[in-house]
Design a binder for this molecule. Structure first.
Ligand code: PMP
Length: 334
């Protein structure tokens, strides 16, 4: 049995029980390992769906150029699909992202333009502005706009949600997901709540992001916005893919807790996952008083640890930020 091309291997990722990092939680906690997708992240699902929907609507034409502001994972999914389908890719990203992510995109033939992180989205130097300008200037180009393109949510409504429902045999009681564009939580959460309205859906947010305050007060508070280190989650604006009606609440996790937990997942579970998996598990631990022993909690591990070798998996980087102390290092290197 074989697949006709790499895109056919997207999805149907495993659900794996966490046994050690969830100490103190009596509920069953299951991680959906999305790094098993061919581009090593959950974003393969929505990248392909956005492309297919744009082909069907005529927005993306043969030989076209895909232009997107992406932190890497969406870019990887788009670049992979572009190779199979004959498109070119230009990506804009911020200088806060791991270099490994850019190199991986370039390996797939994409052009990557690195933009400054600490400027307003409206600033002409921001990665949003640069990708919008390129879309106007490059002929036969199409910008997926993963933040507001609802094909993103739809991919998770059609795939991620149903897979979780089937894999847990309908026993899932809680879904915990790091929120960036909002596509994963909104799509999977909506599907799961349609099967069982009692399922609770929790978003994990960062300090420096607007989501939690907006959910709780309805206020878009600019004071919530400041630079942070955690990658892939939290935003300084409200993407259309974040469906606040599907989300029961948000939990904010510090950069340190997310980084330390990312390492712990590798050390204690043998699962090499990315930084937002660490944030999601740290958030889940903060929520532990909500869980009963019979509960089945699903947490999404969005991407692969290899993209964070220069950061969370680098001891010096961790120590420079005060995220690791000497004793911890001694223990790890033993
Ligand atoms: N984690 C990582 C590593 C990501 O790249 C993203 C996407 N920005 C997310 C979590 C959040 O997923 P979503 O965009 O579906 O909310």
């Amino acid at each position: 049995m074989w697949y006709n091309n790499i895109l056919e291997t997207i999805g149907n990722t495993p659900l794996v029980k966490l046994n050690n990092v969830t100490e103190g939680i009596e509920a069953t906690v299951l991680a959906k390992i999305e790094s098993n997708n061919p581009g090593n992240s959950i974003k393969d699902r929505m990248a392909l769906k956005m492309i297919e929907d744009a082909e069907n609507s005529g927005a993306l034409k043969p030989g076209g150029t895909i232009i997107e502001g992406t932190s890497g994972n969406t870019g990887m999914g788009l670049a992979m699909a572009a190779i199979i389908k004959g498109y070119k890719c230009i990506f804009t990203s911020t200088d806060k992202q791991s270099k490994e992510k850019f190199d991986a995109l370039r390996a797939f033939g994409a052009e990557v333009i690195v933009c400054p992180t600490d400027v307003d989205p409206e600033d002409p130097r921001s990665y949003y502005s640069v990708s919008s300008r390129l879309e106007r200037e490059v002929p036969n180009s199409w910008k997926p706009n993963q933040y507001d393109n609802l094909s993103n949510t739809q991919a998770h409504y059609e795939q991620t949600g149903p897979e979780i429902w089937k894999q847990t045999e309908g026993k899932i009681t809680h879904l915990v997901v790091g929120v960036g564009t909002g596509g994963t939580i909104s799509g999977a959460g909506k599907y799961l709540k349609e099967q069982n309205p009692d399922i609770k859906v929790w978003g994990v947010d960062t300090y420096g992001s607007v989501f939690k305050k907006y959910k709780e007060t309805g206020e878009f508070d600019k004071n919530e916005i400041y630079p942070y280190i955690t990658e892939g989650i939290g935003e300084d604006f409200l993407p259309q893919n974040v469906n606040f009606d599907v989300i029961d609440g948000f939990e904010k996790v510090t950069d340190k807790d997310a980084a330390v937990m990312t390492r712990d997942i590798a050390l204690k579970e043998g699962i090499f996952a990315g930084n937002s998996a660490g944030a999601a598990v740290a958030g889940l631990l903060q929520l532990k008083h909500h869980f009963k022993p019979e509960d089945v909690v699903v947490v999404i591990f969005v991407d692969h640890g290899s993209r964070y070798m220069g950061k969370m998996f680098n001891k010096e980087w961790m120590m420079e930020r005060g995220f690791l102390e000497n004793e911890t290092i001694t223990e790890i290197t033993k």
